[in-house]
Design a protein around this ligand. Structure first.
Ligand code: NDP
Length: 302
């Protein structure tokens, strides 16, 4: 039976630590940290993600300074809003919620975010810092995976790690973080031949392919630690009550992998809550740095 890599529990622990850091410095700084989640358009999944982030801000005492622009906003409108958030002294973190509506290119807009306020760690400068092993805000999802592995005391040094997926959002920074922890890392993508032969070599397998239930028992060596980053809504069962909660699945067939793996992250409740926790962490660390305040959050900086 695999150990559960419980992201909900660890995220709650991190939130408590963040609340304590905020409580310790708020009087000196004169204001709480501020996070601006910028949403453009009405993608329904984004609506759920943004609401979750706003609720998490409220729990730890981060001010929510987000904005919602209409799907017809022009690139200049979005750019103007980003520049105003960059200049706003009350804002410590900015996140541009992806995906953007058609007609808006994410590259130039992400590049316009002040790297010091880049709560999502996706600015080119911050990705470059990760590449060079320099400090800076890290991409939230891979940092959340690293925190889960650390919490479970999964050894990485000298271990064989395989990352399935090479996106800028997840796969590439994930591989760099595992490599920085001295794992020997391979990255698989849609052109990889014989994926199962590669993933079976993994002692640590991180799956971020965005393909529902693509990783089964044949991909996993017994005793591997498996992290499932994927998240997908399953179509409702034909007999489901209308308005019921949608069922979620990951990129991993949990029922096949769970009996084999040493540890597995659940979907939901694994990487998802950790992504939000790392967003809050980046915001609080940015607030501390901007106001020259100490913190004890180094264990979660990768
Ligand atoms: P992308 O679609 O941007 O990237 C998917 C990657 O997987 C690509 O590199 C692609 O290869 C690779 N891939 C696709 N099919 C295969 C295959 N059959 N074999 C091997 N590799 C394959 O997705 P993201 O990285 O943005 O997200 C991945 C998943 O993680 C999604 O389900 C997403 O919803 C989820 N996610 C979850 C988060 C969370 O908080 N839990 C946060 C962010 C994402 P190629 O480059 O060749 O196209």
């Amino acid at each position: 039976m695999a150990t559960v890599l419980d992201g909900r529990r660890l995220a709650a622990e991190i939130e408590n630590r963040l609340s304590a850091v905020i409580g310790a410095h708020q009087t000196t700084v004169g204001r709480p940290p501020g996070l601006a989640v910028l949403r453009v358009g009405d993608d329904p999944a984004s609506g759920v993600y943004v609401a979750n982030k706003e609720k998490a801000c409220a729990r730890v005492g981060i001010r929510n300074l987000g904005a919602h622009l209409s799907a017809s906003a022009s690139p200049a409108d979005v750019l103007d809003r980003i520049q105003r958030l960059n200049a706003d002294p009350e804002v410590d973190g900015i996140l541009l919620q992806l995906p953007l509506p058609p007609g808006l290119r994410e590259g130039p807009l992400l590049a316009a975010i002040d790297p010091a306020k880049d709560a999502d760690g996706l600015h080119t400068l911050n990705l470059g810092r990760l590449l060079k092993g320099e400090a800076g805000p890290r991409s939230c999802t891979p940092a959340g995976v690293m925190a889960l592995l650390r919490q479970a005391e999964v050894p990485l040094e000298g271990r064989r790690a395989v990352v399935v997926g090479r996106s800028i959002l997840v796969g590439k920074p994930m591989a760099l973080m595992l490599q920085a922890a001295n794992a020997t890392v391979s990255v698989a993508h849609s052109h990889t031949r014989d994926l199962a032969a590669l993933t079976r070599q993994a002692e640590v397998l991180v799956v971020a392919a965005g393909r529902p239930r693509m990783i089964g028992a044949e991909h996993v060596t017994p005793g591997a630690v498996v992290v499932d980053v994927g998240i997908h809504q399953l179509p409702p069962a034909p007999d489901a009550a209308p308005g019921g909660k949608a069922k979620l699945c990951g990129d991993v067939k949990a029922e096949e992998v769970e009996p084999l793996a040493a540890a597995l992250s659940p979907v939901p409740g694994g990487v998802g809550p950790m992504t939000v926790a790392m967003l809050l962490l980046n915001t609080v660390v940015g607030w501390c740095r901007a106001h020259d305040q100490p913190h004890d959050l180094d264990a979660w900086l990768f």
